[in-house]
Design a protein around this ligand. Sequence first.
Ligand SMILES: Cc1cc2nc3c(=O)[nH]c(=O)nc-3n(C[C@H](O)[C@H](O)[C@H](O)COP(=O)(O)OP(=O)(O)OC[C@H]3O[C@@H](n4cnc5c(N)ncnc54)[C@H](O)[C@@H]3O)c2cc1C
Length: 286
Amino acid sequence: MIKTSTALNKNTTYRFGGICNDFYTLSEKSEIDKIQNLNFDNKYFILGKGSNVVFSDKNYEGIVIQNKLDNIDSSFTNDSVNVDAGVFLPKLSRYLKDNERTGGEYLLGIPGTVGGAIKMNAGCYGYEFMNSVNFITYFDTVDKKIKNITRENIEYSYRNTELKNAIILSANLGFEKEDPVKINKKMTDFTQHRKNTQPSAIYNAGSVFKNGSDYFAAELIEKSGLKGYEIDGVKVSEKHSNFFVASKNAKAIALYKLVNYVKEQVHDNFKIELQEEIIFIGEFFD
Ligand SMILES: Cc1cc2nc3c(=O)[nH]c(=O)nc-3n(C[C@H](O)[C@H](O)[C@H](O)COP(=O)(O)OP(=O)(O)OC[C@H]3O[C@@H](n4cnc5c(N)ncnc54)[C@H](O)[C@@H]3O)c2cc1C
C-alpha cells in the first residue's frame, strides 16, 4: 500500500481540502493484508471518489485510506456478482447493461464508488443501493480482521448504512435479467432527467441536504427565497436549490457558511431542521 502526501482537493468532486501526509491508496488485492499494520487509534477516514465529502481547507491530521480496487467478476452466478468497493458506479451501471441486468440504471449518474454507495445507501428514482446488496466483505479496524456480513444483519435507512469501523473491501450484489431495450430506455430517461433538473457544474457533491418524510429540501430552500444565494463563490444552484455549486477558487469554509445560513433561514421560515447529506470533515472556522 503506497503512502503519499496528497492534496485532498484532487480527490473530491468539490475540489476542497488541504494536504494529508498519511494518504494510503489500496490498489492491489495483495495489499489488503497490510491494512492491519496501520494505527487505527489515530483519526482516520475512508475515501471513495469524494463525491459526498467536504474536507476543510486545513490539512488533515490523520490517516486517509482510498480504496481503488475496482474489479468486477467476469460473469454472474445465480443472479449475483462480486464487485470491489472501489468500482466507479457508472462503470458498474454499464457492466450491468452489458450483462442484460436491471436495477443499476440509476447508477450511471452517481459519480461515486460501490463503497461510498453502500455507506451512504445512495439512491434516486426509487432505487436504493442497499437493496441490491447480498453481503459485504470488510476489514474491521477494531478486531483487525476481514469479515462478511449479510444485508439482513445490517441496519440501513435513507442515505445511511450503519457499518462502524469498517473498510468496505467488496460486495456481493444481486441483479435480475432484463430485456436490454428496457435497460437502455431507463438509462436514457434517467440521464435526460438529470440534465433537465441538475446543474452541470462539476464542483458540487449532489444533494446537500436529505429530504424529509414530508418535505423536499430543495422546495424549502426555494420558498425561503435562497435560489441563487451566494457566499464567497459558493452558490445555491439556480437549477436545483439542493445543489450548492462552487466556483473554481472557492473555499470549503464558504460552503460551510452557506450550508449553515440556509439551515437557519429554513428553520426560521418552516421550523424544520435540515440534515446534511454531504459530510464535512475537519475544522471549519476562519
Ligand atoms: C453530480 C452528483 C450527483 C449525485 N447524485 C446522487 C444521487 O442521485 N443519489 C445519491 O444518493 N447520491 C448522489 N451523489 C452523492 C454521491 O455521489 C454518493 O453519495 C456516492 O455514493 C458517494 O460515493 P463516494 O465513493 O464518492 O464516497 P465518498 O464521498 O468518498 O464517501 C462517502 C462516505 O462513504 C464512506 N466510504 C467510501 N468508501 C468507503 C469504503 N470503501 N469503506 C467504508 N466507507 C467508505 C466515506 O467514509 C464517507 O463516509 C451525487 C454526487 C454528485 C457530485
